[in-house]
Design a binder for this molecule. Structure first.
Ligand code: WQD
Length: 339
């Protein structure tokens, strides 16, 4: 297949690009580099020995998407990963999150349909599930637009849009992948999570503390209704997540379908920090801080539908993720800027 990866130079994008190339597919990356570096595309090519052309542009601009099809098309599929994704940041910048995370979908879907793509795969999130009594979340668990933060709301809105798009385009495969918490890095240490500025997410924050560029880990609350009082999440190794995209594309069927991509194993903040301390072989400085607005006690999934229908299972552990994340961060102390 020939695949356009929107947001393809990002953390999940670059790992998905490697997995697609390793599986024998062709890819083109479209990315505005707002939260990554052009170097990621070069590293994808270095890892796979295959071409990973990068178009630097705004995926919310239909003329940019059309020009990408003109130059590099036709494409069999679009994988839409072009979104802002930090829960905490979305509380402070709602309009940025709604406009970017929806306008990219409108532009990619319109041009993709005009140019005759067969598959549209959308990066969604497990944070669209709204009723904690449903845990572990299945694809049939209650979702809502009335969620705790604009990031999650924008993703649920996208799913509603895509379901209606699929209804009037019955020949199109529309697949929604609800990610849980991606962590880790490719074993080569050449690509990994490298958010701009101070990381909003836990794992890249731990990575920066371990490499010395941040002072200490802040634990956002230890009074949650969980075994050790810290938040529970379903941390999935980003390589497992990338392989889930390949499986979803290769087994895509016409219509609208949703899959959870997670491990099904809830892990606490303290447990993730301990896994990272095992990877680096020393304790890391940490302090308990007040809860962060928008956070929930726990979110983790039942991944059995993807296992059944995609023949896909996450096999890597949080120790694998910590080891691989540390390998990336220690080889690239300033991320891609280290090069
Ligand atoms: C995880 C836990 C925090 C930072 C995710 C991501 C992204 C998205 C889904 C798919 C929580 C705690 C965090 C810190 C902390 N993926 N924490 N100190 O909030 O689950 O959101 O949603 O779309 O993976 O945005 O991820 O890493 O920010 O937080 O204690 O410095 O770590 O309270 O319990 P979150 P996160």
């Amino acid at each position: 297949m020939r695949v356009l990866l929107a947001g393809g130079a990002g953390y999940v994008g670059a790992h998905t690009a490697v997995a697609l190339l390793d599986a024998g597919h062709e890819i083109v990356l479209l990315d505005d580099l707002s939260n990554t570096s052009a170097l990621a595309a070069e590293r994808v090519s270095q890892i796979t020995g295959r071409p990973a052309p990068l178009v630097v542009g705004d995926a919310s601009d239909e003329s940019v998407v059309a020009a990408t099809f003109d130059e590099f098309g036709p494409f069999d599929a679009i994988v839409h990963l072009a979104a802002f994704k930090a829960v905490g940041e979305s509380m402070e910048k709602p309009l940025d999150y709604y406009s970017n995370n929806l306008d990219t979908t409108f532009a990619l879907a319109r041009v993709g349909l005009e140019r005759g793509i067969r598959s549209f795969l959308f990066s969604s999130t497990g944070t669209v599930y709204s009723d904690p009594s449903d845990l572990p979340f299945t694809e049939e668990s209650t979702t809502s637009v009335d969620l705790s933060n604009p990031y999650s709301k924008s993703k649920r809105m996208n799913e509603v849009v895509l379901a209606d798009m699929a209804r009037v385009n019955p020949e199109l495969d529309v697949t929604v992948l609800r990610y849980f918490n991606p962590v880790g890095a490719h074993e080569s240490g050449l690509i990994g999570e490298d958010p701009s500025g101070i990381p909003n997410n836990l794992m890249p924050y731990i990575q920066r503390v371990a490499v010395g560029s941040l002072e200490r880990i802040g634990i956002f609350g230890d009074d949650y209704d969980t075994p050790d009082g810290t938040g529970l999440r379903d941390y999935i190794h980003v390589v497992d997540l990338a392989l889930g995209h390949v499986a979803a594309l290769e087994r895509a069927q016409p219509g609208f379908v949703v899959y959870n991509l997670g491990t099904g194993r809830p892990v606490s903040v303290r447990e993730l920090i301990a896994a990272f301390e095992r990877a680096v072989g020393r304790e890391l400085p940490k302090v308990v801080l007040p809860r962060r607005a928008g956070d929930v006690d726990a979110t983790y999934c039942d991944p059995s539908k993807a296992a059944r229908e995609l023949d896909w299972v996450a096999t890597r552990t949080i120790d694998d993720a910590a080891r691989d994340a540390w390998n990336w961060q220690s080889r690239n102390p300033q991320g891609f800027a280290s090069a």
